[in-house]
Ligand binder design. Structure first.
Ligand code: F6R
Length: 365
């Protein structure tokens, strides 16, 4: 039985450990979405484009996850594909008929700057979303559609600023009618959820704190579903990596039923260190829901534990974000249990600095 060194009922201690206000930013997520939906994008005109045959979101880390949210949200709603690009160059199909969202919170991520230049070369329609940096300078220089978002928080805590503007542009282009209403519904749900997930809510009533306790001293493995909670599983993994500074892994149904499920036989002792989180959405394909039930029965005695968490709220957007929010809060509580400050990501900073000292990417300022 592990001893929990940190008392998650001590809200003040949670805030004290959190030097860059990750939890405060989470508490401000609903307000961020309001700003992103009604202020930042108010006068935005989509770039002129005759016919769009593909949408690409190019970005990395916290700036890319909004692209994955868009991709999954659009999965059953629009007639053109959405692709997320996390590389220096764009896929070869990108051309004049492609709408490219170039997203970088800092505006200085070299892969995104390079992909932006690639989109310019291919004469794609471009929308830049950034708080500043070189990307903003380049967008102003080139006169492309620019959405400037507020700086000063960690990119991964800025999903409202990074994701909502893409929905608004898609709405204006006629792909996603009625977005304003769906976003408003989601914002109301986020407010309700915060009351349940915030540090002041005791462990007995706080699902994020309970999950953090289950994941403590375990390796989290997060399983979602293709085309819906897959982006949530990926986000939970990333948030546990960056906020908790711990390893985590993710996969999706039904694919994992065809390979990963076999890998729970050996080594027995280490498998007991895994804690599985199954992300569930009652709107998921009925056969997938059956698969999840059966899979749980097959492996329940092999791993340290299994938690099932359900999406809540009205509409696809609310349900998707309800699980994102739960994972974000869980990762910060898990950091607290380890006595870790969730904010700084020194390893990423070091890597970016060392790369910079090698000189700029060819063709970039
Ligand atoms: C840091 C974080 C990272 C960054 C990534 C790209 O909070 O979440 O994953 O998002 O290193 O940087 P930006 O977002 O500035 O382009």
């Amino acid at each position: 039985m592990e001893v929990l060194a940190f008392n998650l009922n001590n809200a003040k201690a949670i805030y004290r450990l959190d030097s860059s206000g990750m939890m405060t930013a989470l508490g401000g997520l609903a307000g961020q979405c309001v700003d992103a939906c009604w202020n930042l994008t108010a006068g935005i005109e989509p770039p002129p484009i005759e016919a769009i045959s593909h949408i690409v979101v190019t970005g990395l880390g916290g700036s890319a996850i909004g692209g994955d949210l868009l991709r999954v949200y659009c999965h059953d709603k629009i007639p053109v594909p959405v692709t997320v690009n996390r590389h220096y160059t764009l896929p070869s199909f990108v051309g004049r008929d492609t709408l490219v969202f170039a997203v970088s919170y800092s505006g200085n991520t070299e892969e995104t700057l390079s992909a932006y230049e690639d989109a310019r070369r291919r004469e794609s329609a471009i929308v830049v979303i950034t708080s500043g940096g070189k990307l903003k300078e380049m967008a102003l220089r080139d006169g492309v559609t620019l959405i400037t978002i507020p700086g000063g928080i960690a990119p991964r805590a800025a999903t409202g600023f990074l994701f909502i503007p893409t929905l608004r542009v898609m709405e204006r282009l006629g792909f996603l009618p009625g977005m304003e209403g769906s976003i408003a519904t989601m914002i109301d749900h986020l407010k309700e959820l915060w009351e349940k997930l915030k540090p002041e809510t005791p462990i007995t009533e706080n699902l994020a704190k309970q999950l953090a306790q289950k994941l403590f001293n375990r390796i989290p493995v997060i399983w979602g579903t293709s085309g819906s909670t897959e982006v949530v599983a990926q986000r939970w993994k990333g948030q546990i990596n960056e906020n908790t500074k711990a390893p985590a892994y993710w996969n999706v149904f039904p694919e994992l039923n065809h390979n990963e499920i076999v890998g729970f036989q050996v080594p027995g002792e280490l498998l007991k260190k895994l804690h599985l989180v199954m992300l569930r959405d009652e709107e998921d394909h009925p056969r997938v829901q059956k698969r999840i039930d059966i899979t749980k029965e097959i492996i329940k005695d092999r791993v340290g534990g299994i938690s099932e968490v359900y999406a809540s709220g009205e509409g696809d957007l609310s349900r998707l974000y309800s699980l994102i929010y739960l994972g974000d809060c869980t990762s910060v509580y898990l950091a607290a249990l380890y006595g870790v400050d969730p904010g700084p990501v020194k390893v990423i900073d070091r890597l970016k600095q060392e790369l910079q000292s090698c000189g700029p990417v060819c063709g970039l300022p």
